[in-house]
Design a protein around this ligand. Structure first.
Ligand code: GAL
Length: 414
């Protein structure tokens, strides 16, 4: 009897694989595992399942904010000829220098034309995902990197005003310090968070033009303006949570959520984290641009493309269609904390902070994020992360600047 059951199961498996049933999958690779980002991803999966029922979605995630671990795993897969059907990749250098120029991606310009996307995505964004006249990805969202979240009750209780300039920030930080409260929460376990803070500081201290020129290799890293940025960054570390070396970005947001720290400078995926934890925007928490960066918008965009040799190509193309659709954008972004990349979507599902971000995106000076793959090649971004890991221990601005200049020269960026 047992034998017959086994034989029957074996036959079923053979039939399924012969008809391709067992292979009707969609393998999506990302690092979205934290509160908010995972909710957004799952909402997007739901939209896909509604539109294309019967496909099994394989959620190939590798935990670690900003892709700290995922990017290495993806590289191994891609180089080992084992690509997923589609993967999360930042628009700009990470996509273009990392994958497109190296010949790993299929152009999807025809899909863009078919879907009429050239009319509904901002031109600046299309430029970030294009190379040699072809488009290579679909942007799922726009995140803002330079955001400062704060616990509204902590500020009220202590009668303090939310800072909008760096001078105000340091005044408020002193006041919190005197009361024994960490003013600024950070998780420096993976040093990208320090780079993340640094990009806001460069924009605030040296301005958006210098920021762009610096990453374009037009200024030495030993330029006194950059050294000053490091000094300001170093000062911020006088006001942070003690457990920072053990903490990740979402745990750092958790400090603000619980009121064990007052502020956290993080991309607006942190808003996704807060709302996933039932915190209400403008009641429990709120946000302003990082002090000193009003009018500047550091852009992060998560995109997905079509790797050559995608095992389930048709499903992958439908995934891209889903991501670029109004349903996809509006299923994903309200939970993810980001704003839609398409400009024509209904805005009802968005909270008041997202609406303000949309307005700023329309009028601010836009500059690309460094910590999130857009402004510089991966090798230099990694070197910067490593240097920031050293900097927060040594706190020697000049030495860090010198080493960065050497790295930039070694990589041919200067
Ligand atoms: C960024 C990514 C965001 C968010 C964040 C934290 O690099 O663009 O979508 O996931 O990392 O993991």
């Amino acid at each position: 009897m047992k034998k017959r059951v086994l034989l029957y199961a074996l036959m079923l498996m053979l039939v399924a694989s012969a008809t391709g049933l067992a292979q009707d999958q969609l393998i999506i690779f990302s690092w979205w595992t934290a509160g908010g980002e995972e909710d957004g991803l799952f909402a997007l999966y739901d939209v896909y399942r509604d539109l294309y029922p019967g496909v099994e979605i394989v959620n190939a995630t590798v935990a670690g904010g900003a892709g700290t671990n995922a990017k290495a795993v993806l590289k191994t897969r891609m180089l080992g000829n084992d690509p997923p059907d589609s993967f999360q990749v930042h628009g700009g250098s990470e996509l273009i220098d990392g994958w497109v120029k190296a010949g790993y991606m299929e152009p999807i310009t025809d899909l863009w034309e078919e879907e009429g996307w050239f009319d509904v995505f901002p031109k600046d964004l299309v430029d970030m995902i294009s190379y040699d006249g072809q488009v290579y990805a679909v942007p799922g969202n726009i995140h803002r990197s330079n955001v400062m979240y704060y616990n509204t009750k902590v500020f009220e209780e202590h009668g303090l005003k939310v800072p909008t300039t760096l001078d105000e920030f340091f005044e408020v930080a002193e006041a919190f310090k005197a009361k024994g409260i960490p003013a600024l929460s950070i998780g420096s376990r993976n040093s990208w968070e320090v780079t993340h803070l640094l990009e806001s500081v460069i924009a605030a201290v040296a301005g958006p033009e210098f920021y762009v020129e610096l990453f374009n290799g037009e200024h030495a890293w030993t330029d006194p303006r950059f050294v000053e940025c490091l000094e300001v960054l170093g000062r911020m570390f006088d006001y942070i949570n003690e457990d920072h070396p053990a903490v990740t970005w979402d745990q750092a947001s958790g400090h603000v959520l619980k009121g064990t720290a007052a502020m956290h400078i993080m991309g607006d995926w942190a808003k996704g984290f807060f709302t996933a934890n039932d915190a209400v925007p403008n009641e429990d928490f709120s946000s302003v641009p990082t002090p000193g960066t009003n009018g500047i918008f550091i852009v992060v965009t998560d995109t997905f493309g079509l790797p050559k040799g995608a095992p389930n190509r048709d499903n992958a193309v439908n995934w891209l269609r889903t991501l670029g659709s109004i349903e996809g954008q509006n299923g994903f972004n309200p939970k993810k904390g980001s704003i839609p990349a398409r400009v024509d979507v209904p805005t009802e599902p968005y909270d008041v902070l997202a609406l303000a971000t949309m307005e700023d995106f329309g009028k601010d000076i836009l500059i690309p994020s460094v910590a999130h793959g857009s402004a510089t090649i991966d090798a230099f971004a990694s070197a910067l992360n490593d240097e920031m890991g050293i900097f927060i221990i040594e706190r020697d601005a000049k030495r860090s600047a010198e080493r960065l200049e050497m790295q930039a020269q070694d990589l041919g960026l200067r």
